[in-house]
Design a protein around this ligand. Structure first.
Ligand SMILES: Cc1cc2nc3c(=O)[nH]c(=O)nc-3n(C[C@H](O)[C@H](O)[C@H](O)COP(=O)(O)O)c2cc1C
Length: 222
């Protein structure tokens, strides 16, 4: 966390400098915070024979170390996992999109965490009773899961399910979020995949290798 706070401070300086210099990043048009949530059935089962769902939260637009991005870092991993396993995919989308700019987004996220808020999420929730395995993806926000993920936990019953967490971050690592998931949902939580968001965004060959190695390790995509 300490390291990440240092990085946040550096990022704030960088943003201020950019603003002072009149520079601006090229804005991506897509936002994972757009009011859309859907499941898309590809195949019925993961190669292991188990039915799997990838549920993820991810935010596009301006982010730490990557500038303005069209596809969130975690979303890139979510799509890789869905492709590798044949899982259905569901995006956790907040009803109120987070700001496109990084710093205002961090401020709102911090307030939500401090208040233990449950921001509304849109769409029909997936019927998780159909699935044996739920891959759960999220970025680390203030050393925790983004609060819309907790809203998701309130809405779907993951107790007794196998949840395989995967997260992206910029230095904090998993930050104990696997335990938070286990405590909150009472699911059986596998070993998690943790990856820097910059790797997911900028080095997708390496990201894919890590995803496949993790799937193999947890024994879901053999
Ligand atoms: C609101 C907010 C809070 C963040 N907090 C942390 C943090 O505590 N630790 C960390 O390593 N990275 C933190 N980051 C960086 C993100 O975890 C990282 O950029 C991640 O890859 C973003 O994934 P996404 O594009 O799927 O949303 C934060 C980013 C945002 C926007």
């Amino acid at each position: 966390m300490k390291k990440w706070f240092m990085m946040m401070a550096l990022a704030l300086c960088a943003l201020t400098l950019t603003a002072c210099g009149g520079g601006s990043g090229a804005k991506g048009s897509g936002s994972s915070a757009s009011p859309k949530a859907e499941t898309s059935a590809k195949k019925d089962a993961a190669p292991s024979g188990k039915r799997a769902l990838v549920a993820y939260f991810s935010r596009a637009d301006e982010n730490y170390n990557v500038g303005y991005i069209e596809k969130g870092n975690t979303k890139i991993l979510a799509e890789m996992i869905a492709e590798a396993t044949g899982a259905d995919i569901f995006e956790i989308v907040p009803a109120k999109p987070y700001p496109k700019e990084y710093t205002p987004a961090t401020e709102i996220a911090k307030k939500e965490k401090n208040e233990n808020a449950r921001p509304e999420i849109v769409g029909t929730m997936p019927d998780v009773s159909k699935y044996d395995v739920i891959f759960l993806g999220y970025p680390i926000w203030w050393g925790d899961l983004p609060m819309p993920c907790y809203t998701f936990f309130d809405k779907v019953k993951l107790e007794g399910k196998t949840v395989a967490p995967f997260c992206t971050h910029e230095g904090s690592g998993l930050s104990g979020t696997d335990r938070y998931i286990a405590n909150t949902t009472k699911a059986k939580v596998t070993e998690a995949l943790e990856m820097k968001g910059t790797t997911a965004q900028k080095n997708q060959g390496e990201a894919k290798k890590e995803v496949l190695a993790w799937l193999k390790k947890i024994g879901i995509n053999l």
